[in-house]
Design a protein around this ligand. Structure first.
Ligand code: MN
Length: 298
């Protein structure tokens, strides 16, 4: 592996290892030239062997497994369909002690272009921002109407309007996170009830020390179905029209409408998910589960 490898991390428990495999497949099928050092934070289990075997055909990538310290988030607050694995991203500074930066991606992300340009920006960057991320659609009034007033008040109260980022795709400045000893704070406050647990923690503790990424690094599935959100993005200056129309690098299936469990007319993200799922050794299991699912969005 060349020293200029792009360092990328995923975190998952036994419920999401197949989705992580599909996400990695999408990246390595899309970019066969760049070298990737992929860090997988997950408990030990048979999935490690399956992923190693499946990914062995990609000579431009190495996989390294890291076991999360699960007890640190045993009492952490979760809600909706989220698992405690969402907090493991907060451990990357400790687990990847030799790295100054890492790109973190959720398992519900599909890649549509190389991460090389982003990583080139990362390695020449001199700033002390703690995280880099894309502004979240929660910043948009037309999106907020779907949430309880409480969430909006919570964001307003914490002065996060128009600067709240989505935590599904991040560049993390691990050196600065270690230097500022943020892990202790993150761990100790994770048991407090929050609307978007790990995402709120990151936004509140990194506030004003966040570098905003272009929209193409976190294109959420609601953009394809809700034109009000796009109108708000432009109206409130979150993104320019050109940014919104740029070729997506990262597509993110936010909310409960996941490509592997939602019966609906296909969007680009669903197409990409099944296109790459088909190249994995567990496609049959994914597709059987999909046929059994009965979730149809309104
Ligand atoms: Mn996600």
């Amino acid at each position: 592996m060349q020293s200029d490898a792009i360092h990328l991390a995923f975190c998952f428990d036994r419920n999401a290892w197949m989705q992580c495999g599909v996400s990695m497949t999408s990246l390595l099928e899309t970019d066969k030239k760049s070298e990737y050092a992929i860090h997988l934070v997950c408990p030990p289990g048979f999935w490690r062997d399956v992923l190693i075997e499946d990914m062995s055909k990609y000579k431009n990538a190495t996989l390294e497994f890291h076991t999360p310290v699960e007890k640190d988030f045993e009492n952490a607050h979760t809600l909706r369909y989220w698992s405690k694995a969402m907090f493991w991203r907060l451990q990357l500074g400790n687990l990847l002690k030799n790295l100054d930066y890492v790109i973190y991606a959720d398992n519900d992300i599909l890649f549509n272009d190389s991460l090389r340009p982003l990583w080139s920006d990362v390695i020449k960057h001199k700033g002390t921002e703690l995280i880099w991320g894309v502004k979240d659609n929660i910043n948009c009034p037309s999106f907020q109407k779907w949430f309880q007033e409480e969430i909006i008040n919570h964001i307003r109260k914490n002065h996060m309007m128009l600067s709240y980022v989505n935590s599904g795709f991040l560049v993390m400045n691990l050196a600065q996170i270690r230097k500022d000893k943020l892990y202790g704070l993150w761990k100790d406050t994770a048991n407090r009830p929050r609307f978007f647990p790990d995402q709120d923690i990151l936004n509140m503790t990194c506030f004003k020390r966040i570098k905003f990424l272009p929209f193409k690094y976190n294109v959420t599935n609601d953009v394809a179905t809700c034109e009000e959100i796009v109108a708000d993005y432009l109206k409130f200056g979150l993104f320019t029209e050109k940014e919104i129309c740029d070729k997506p690098v990262v597509l993110h299936a936010v909310g409960s409408n996941k490509p592997w469990k939602t019966r609906r007319e296909f969007q680009l993200i669903d197409y990409l998910f099944w296109k790459y799922a088909k190249l994995t050794s567990y496609y049959g299991i994914l597709f059987q589960d999909y046929l059994k699912c009965d979730y149809v969005p309104e």
